[in-house]
Ligand binder design. Structure first.
Ligand code: GLU
Length: 445
């Protein structure tokens, strides 16, 4: 059996770390099994779906490197869903209901007041043909509900183990609205059947839906896929990650300079007890991906961990891999520059700060002008190399009688304007003799 999985985001918002984690797990699962990965846009909600969100989803998935073998969007497939709905109507599994939202609401309130569960009472099932005709004549259009069997639906979930959902405790779900538009449920099942989806891996917020969906799969005579419901991501303090905040959207992380492989490296391991290590390519993540390592407990997502991982990833990145992007950032420093700064940046654009330090104009910080003037007089003639700092600071130490921090900090402050940063032995050759001399004299240079 060829594994075929899908992700099915709705283009009603941006992808966030939660649905990227689901996407990545699906992708790794497919690639590990030599299977296929489908990107499907669930855009039946025509009021909230937009082209811009749809494009954003494709951009994000592609940027992360999650190549897809097949793309589909539900808005192209209405005729297929219509045909399946007709089949269900013909067998009486899909039945017309004429209640207005207000009527349903009043009914629910009455049930609650009588301490009954607020389940749809199936009044529409006992309407006579004449009553239905009367509703139609009065201008009401039906919405359509699926008649549940009402039973224990059971499946063996890849992450949760055996799961039971009692569908007697659920209202018959509305599959088609009164304006004829489909809600998510039926198109999703029809697509999963038509595309031969073998595994549905999604968030645990869909567990109850799965009970309903299994009944519909069976009503359509389809083979059931295997289900896996992943525990949701929560924040460091256990709070839910709201997809509406946008704060953790992939788009935003990209604009903040987070590398796609930092996101992938973290999200592939979150919720497992495997170590999180920065990986440069997805193949490495495929190699050590194990679905069975994903636990049932909510996984904690920490943006600080992502930044730390980004730092480690950049530190391990060779100059050739970032050269073109550095040029784009206006940082023409070559391999020596990259080697000097790559341990001191969290995101690539931080390189710009250090480029300004070595090649731009900074305000030197001079605490003791006599000391820095003395240091200046001891500066060797150029060109500087990686030994220069050691030799020169030893000479300054000898002459001024200071060492340790009292020696290095004033020199660093004068030469870079900052108390911390890359190793001075690497920065000094990049700063060069003229600029160093001017800075030691307190001139902005
Ligand atoms: N469009 C649904 C969602 O975004 C898809 C759920 C599923 O994977 O079946 O929640």
């Amino acid at each position: 059996m060829t594994v075929i999985v899908r992700i099915a985001p709705s283009p009603t918002g941006k992808l966030h770390v939660g649905n990227i984690r689901t996407s990545l797990v699906n992708w790794l699962f497919a690639r590990k099994a030599g299977g296929k990965f489908v990107l499907r846009l669930d855009d039946t909600d025509t009021e909230r779906s937009t082209e811009e969100f749809a494009r954003g989803i494709e951009t994000d998935i592609t940027w992360l490197g999650l190549t897809y073998d097949f793309f589909a969007k539900q808005s192209d497939r209405s005729a297929v869903y219509e045909a399946v709905a007709e089949r269900l109507k013909a067998t009486g599994r899909l039945y017309p209901c004429y209640e207005t939202a207000d009527e349903l609401d009043r009914r629910r309130k009455r049930q609650l007041a009588a301490h009954k569960p607020p389940i749809y009472d199936r009044a529409a099932l006992s309407l006579t043909a004449a009553e239905r005709a009367e509703f139609e004549a009065s201008g009401r259009k039906p919405h359509w509900r699926f008649r549940l069997d009402g039973r224990q639906v059971e499946w063996s979930d890849l992450t949760r183990g055996p799961v039971h959902i009692d569908t007697t405790s659920l209202s018959d779900p509305v599959l088609v609205r009164e304006d004829g538009r489909f809600l998510y449920t039926l198109p999703s099942i029809v697509d999963d059947i038509d595309f031969g989806i073998t595994h549905i891996i999604r968030g645990e917020d869909h567990v109850t839906n799965t009970g309903v969906q299994i009944e519909i799969f069976e009503a359509l005579g389809a083979t059931l896929p295997t289900f896996a419901h992943l525990a949701l991501l929560v924040g460091v303090g256990g709070e839910g990650l709201s997809k509406r905040t946008g704060a953790l959207s992939i788009d935003e992380l990209r604009r903040d300079g987070i590398e796609p492989m930092a996101i992938n490296s973290l999200l592939a391991k979150i919720g497992t007890s495997d170590p999180v290590v920065p990986r440069a390519i997805l193949d490495e993540l495929i190699a050590d991906f194990e679905m069975s390592h994903i636990g049932r407990a909510p996984a904690h997502f920490d943006p600080a961990e992502l930044r730390a991982l980004n730092h480690k990833l950049l530190h391990a990145t060779s100059y050739e891999k970032v050269a073109a992007r550095l040029i784009e950032l206006g940082v023409p420093g070559g391999v020596a520059f990259w080697d000097a700064v790559r341990d001191n940046i969290v995101v690539l654009s931080d390189a710009r700060i250090w480029w300004d330090v070595v090649a731009g104009k900074i305000e030197p910080v001079i605490e003791d002008a006599a000391f820095t003037a003395e240091a200046r007089s001891l500066l060797p003639a150029g060109p500087f190399n990686e030994e220069t700092w050691h030799e020169w600071s030893a000479a300054v130490s000898k002459k001024a009688g200071v060492k340790g921090k009292a020696l290095y900090m004033p020199l660093r402050l004068a030469l870079t304007g900052q108390p911390h940063g890359p190793e001075m032995r690497k920065l000094l050759p990049l700063i060069g003799p003229e600029r160093a001399a001017r800075r030691l004299s307190g001139q902005a240079a």
